[in-house]
Design a protein around this ligand. Structure first.
Ligand SMILES: [Zn+2]
Length: 266
């Protein structure tokens, strides 16, 4: 989602933690840039220093919050190298509520990007909802997809493609095209994630988790589940098939230039 209103794209993990079964993070620590100072934690819980707590790949493999920090750092490291004008998006982990440049937000909205303060806000509790509310299988890379989608909006903001589309709906609307480009950018990062030095090679199972999450947050799927019918005219994010398709386009090409959802036939 953008701007703090509407339905967020969600990620989720639900009850079963898969992280003990295989290691997601590793690679060469000397190649890992230390830019995590941009990450902060606020909220009703402890005001702990997430940067101090999430230092190593052991932390990232054993704690959900540190895993997300690992994804955030990998995603931003990739875009920093790929887009000359990239500026790190300050990232806030919150629970309950948070005040942002786009107004007050509650955890009900899920992870989101606020273009006005160029920041990403991540409510970790939301990841449970991808399974419970959206019916996704979940898994760590489902989370990665959701997070990467939000930074995709930040890239759009820097590139100038985030403009417009506010209040528009419909299968061919600019709003949908913006969301699909963010999905495509998530795929582009996935294609290069290992190169950032944070992640172990991405497995087919992880890609499947991302595609499953992309389908779960498709407008048609959500409408079917919540209204029992599909109305293309009110779409804001695109169908399950479109979201999967554009994530895949980014993943297979590894090239943000292939993510021109604005002139593409949707
Ligand atoms: Zn979005």
């Amino acid at each position: 989602m953008r701007g703090g209103t509407g339905l967020a794209v969600g990620g989720g993990l639900g009850g079963v933690l898969l992280i003990a079964l295989f290691l997601l993070f590793g690679g060469d620590p000397s190649q890992v840039p230390i830019d995590s100072l941009i990450n902060q934690r606020v909220g009703t819980g402890q005001q702990t220093d997430i940067n101090a707590e999430c230092q190593t790949d052991v932390d990232a493999n054993s704690r959900e919050d540190c895993r997300i920090v690992g994804y955030v750092n990998s995603i931003q490291a990739y875009w920093e190298g790929a887009v000359g004008s990239y500026q790190l998006a300050p990232t806030t982990f919150y629970d309950g509520a948070v005040s942002t440049g786009c107004g007050q937000a509650s955890s009900a909205v899920g992870p989101f990007y606020c273009p006005l303060d160029t920041s990403v806000y991540i409510d970790l509790g939301f990841f449970d909802q991808l399974q419970s509310r959206f019916g996704a299988e979940g898994g760590p890379f489902a989370e990665a997809y959701v997070i990467a989608h939000e930074y995709g909006h930040h890239v759009q903001n820097l590139l100038g493609t985030l403009n417009g589309g506010t209040g528009e709906t419909g299968a061919e609307s600019r709003a949908v095209r913006i969301e699909l480009q963010a999905d495509c950018f998530a795929g582009v990062w996935s294609a290069h994630a290992v190169e950032t030095g944070y992640l172990e090679p991405i497995t087919r199972e992880q890609i499947r988790q991302a595609l499953d999450a992309a389908a779960a947050v498709g407008d048609d799927r959500i409408q079917e589940q919540t209204q029992g019918q599909v109305n293309q005219e009110t779409w804001t994010h695109g169908s399950s098939e479109q979201r999967q398709q554009w994530f895949t386009t980014g993943l297979e090409s590894g090239d943000a230039n292939e993510c021109d959802t604005f002139s593409a036939d949707l």
